[in-house]
Design a protein around this ligand. Sequence first.
Ligand SMILES: Cc1cc2nc3c(=O)[nH]c(=O)nc-3n(C[C@H](O)[C@H](O)[C@H](O)COP(=O)(O)OP(=O)(O)OC[C@H]3O[C@@H](n4cnc5c(N)ncnc54)[C@H](O)[C@@H]3O)c2cc1C
Length: 462
Amino acid sequence: MPVLESKPDVLVVGGGVAALAAAIEAARLGASVRLLDAAPRELMGGNTRHSRNFRYAHSAPTPATPDSYLEDDFRADLLRATEGLAHPVLSDLLVSESRDLPRWLADQGVALQRADDGNLPYSRRTAFFLGGGMAAVRALYDRAHALGVQVRHDAPVSALRLDGTRVRAALGGQRLMSAGAFVLANGGAHAAPDLLREHWGDAAEGFLNRGTPWGRGELLRGLLAQGAQAVGDPGLLYLVAVDARSPREDGGIVTRIRGMPLGIVVDAMGRRRHDEGADTASTRYARWGQRLAAFPGQIGWLVLDAAGLRAAPPALYPPIQAGDPLRLAQQAGIDGPKLAATLTEYNARIVQPDDPTDPSRWRTAGLEPPKSNYALPMVEPPFSAYPMRPGITFAHHGVAVDDRTRVRWRDGGYLDNGFAAGMIMAANLIPRGYVSGLAVTIGLVFGRIAGREAAAYALGGT
Ligand SMILES: Cc1cc2nc3c(=O)[nH]c(=O)nc-3n(C[C@H](O)[C@H](O)[C@H](O)COP(=O)(O)OP(=O)(O)OC[C@H]3O[C@@H](n4cnc5c(N)ncnc54)[C@H](O)[C@@H]3O)c2cc1C
């Protein structure tokens, strides 16, 4: 028999940026707040702890961001990335509310890295957390504790009990927890092996999860089964190329592999399948995640010669190395004669440009697929290979919400006292596509709104 617990005004499910923003805002408005996170304390912070930056609109330089990033620019970037599918009202809200985030974060004790400290790439669109997402999460937990939020780790919620459109209680283990209002901020459903298998079949075995293993999506599926309106597509994943030797889960940002334009990418048969020089810096490694998902066995290798390796960005694991392509292939598990033949043909098809000092002008001719940039000769030993797999960041799938973050029902109604924030509703804004720093902004903006709405409802305002 489940135990009935004492009743807070607001019960927040989750433990990343959306949950913390909601809990803090609700507590600031005078609500009693309990926050339940499935993860143990040492792994608190969900995917947010792996994050680095967030996107926000500003009309003048700030200590954290040079130049300006106007609301219109932000809106245009969002529309372009999502092919016009971002919800228009929620997009406007996201963009306009994003302006206030640096101030709000500073008030909660979260520090941002200075743009001019020499450690950051130029970025007028995004601000970076000083110390990364983990430092931001710790500061937000400290603030939540100081405001009296009751935090429980190791506290997964498995289901919501509804009376019509009213959430009556959350079920976690043997506990049935009631509250005046509920905020669902339990992240995305990116770590649900059965869901992945449903949409990707055997290929799902070849994917690695870069984020928290607690993104199993049980609450999302429960809500959809009870009548909530879905947004996005459960099979559509935001994938990036990660080192195939990384942990299956929670590898974080350091496992990503970049540097594809500096070499060639082959499958297990030693074949090139795409133009490695085609993509611009900011989208490159995300595109390779999608491509690797279509490789046989969902595995590919970035192959570099010594010159390519010197120019490549640092990686977590050392590359597999050998003095010649045949021995490299043998060690890596690639077809050796085919890899050697691929390299020979690639080198033979390079056309030297008029200005050979500019690597971006080197390209191939008569090669299929072509290499349209950085097609430099690959002749200097030793040769290196990084094995790569698709790494899941999130799924473009969630529940529909309105501008108050109320969960929308398929029949057009709403949950009276159930609000959703963060990745569980992010597909309203990003049903496809992505631009850097958007996910944390969605968590912060809609987490704050959900916290205010939940407190207002529970305290009798609405
Ligand atoms: C490696 C990596 C790097 C990233 N870098 C960036 C970046 O730099 N900028 C950016 O904008 N985005 C980034 N993202 C995406 C971004 O971090 C997340 O999408 C965003 O922080 C999600 O916030 P959230 O609060 O919705 O979810 P999360 O931070 O994932 O938190 C979800 C929380 O819910 C808990 N939970 C899950 N299920 C339950 C349950 N049933 N009961 C109770 N608790 C539950 C989890 O334990 C977790 O604490 C990155 C993601 C990854 C994986």
